[in-house]
Ligand binder design. Structure first.
Ligand code: ATP
Ligand code: PRP
Length: 228
């Protein structure tokens, strides 16, 4: 669809509220915008801006293909997507981290050594196969990756996998399923991303919006809570 409105892809779900709060702090219109509603496009012609409400994993796709000029998405999702977009700003909210986790008892029996643990078992369940494969490849550890779509912690409990790669925030889900973090991989926060072509062609139009979002994020995101 051709539009002269600057288009931002916003994530529904855990990052939604903080994303809206950031837009508001940046002086962008947010009246009536809801990331959990059935309405999926919110346009503000007077401000020449509109928002697309997307599944978090789809935000990089909308931006990469130019359906949105800008997007807000977790670094975890971005790393997994491998999308060809510009990553412009660390927005600071939505902190979580990638970890390798294992059943507590197995980890203790393996003498808290990843190599020992993997000597007997090699199946890794994850929602993030790209991130997981890169982690084990870099360490020269051959594994079989099993892709799941959620509740990853269940897999080692029922023998589907021996290890998991997942994001952790409070650590509560690991704890409640008697799993332990065995290796940290990397941290994640929400990022502002841009379509590569749009960034170059529409730079004059995008720049004030990007700068305003950058300033709002740098202000420590007063009132912006990390989600958990
Ligand atoms: N427990 C958590 N604590 C903090 N941040 C989290 C947590 N879980 C997810 N996040 C962050 O919020 C983002 C969105 O998570 P959310 O659970 O809303 O969607 P999702 O289920 O990952 O996406 P999709 O519905 O597209 O599969 C994640 O990409 C991550 O950056
Ligand atoms: O450390 P915690 O604060 O317990 O958070 C971690 C949990 O949050 C995410 O799951 P999410 O709620 O997105 O559900 P999912 O497993 O269906 O993706 C992640 O996959 C963990 O399961």
């Amino acid at each position: 669809m051709v539009t002269d409105l600057l288009t931002l892809a916003l994530p529904k779900g855990k990052l939604g509220e903080d994303a809206l709060q950031l837009l508001q702090q940046a002086g962008l219109p947010v009246d009536g915008v809801a990331t959990e509603a059935r309405q999926l496009v919110f346009a503000f012609p007077a401000d020449r801006v509109r928002y697309l409400i997307c599944r978090p994993t789809d935000v990089p796709t909308y931006v990469e293909h130019g359906a949105a000029d800008l997007g807000i998405v977790g670094k975890d999702t971005l790393a997994e997507a491998g999308a060809d977009v510009f990553e412009l700003v660390d927005l600071g909210f939505g902190y979580c981290r990638f970890v390798v986790a294992a059943p507590r008892q197995r980890w203790e029996e393996a003498g808290r050594s990843l190599e020992t643990l993997l000597a007997g078992s090699r199946r890794v369940a994850t929602k993030f196969p790209r991130v997981a494969a890169a982690f084990f490849q870099e360490r020269g550890l051959p594994v079989e990756i099993i892709k799941l779509h959620g509740n990853i912690e269940l897999a080692p409990l029922v023998g589907l996998a021996d290890l998991i790669v997942d994001i952790v925030s409070t650590g509560r889900t690991l704890k409640e399923n008697d799993l332990v973090e065995v290796v940290p991989i990397f941290p994640s926060t929400a990022r502002l991303i841009a379509n590569r072509v749009s960034y170059r062609i529409n730079y004059q139009r995008l720049r004030p919006v990007i700068e305003a979002l950058k300033r709002a994020a740098a202000q420590g995101g007063a009132g912006i809570a990390t989600c958990s």
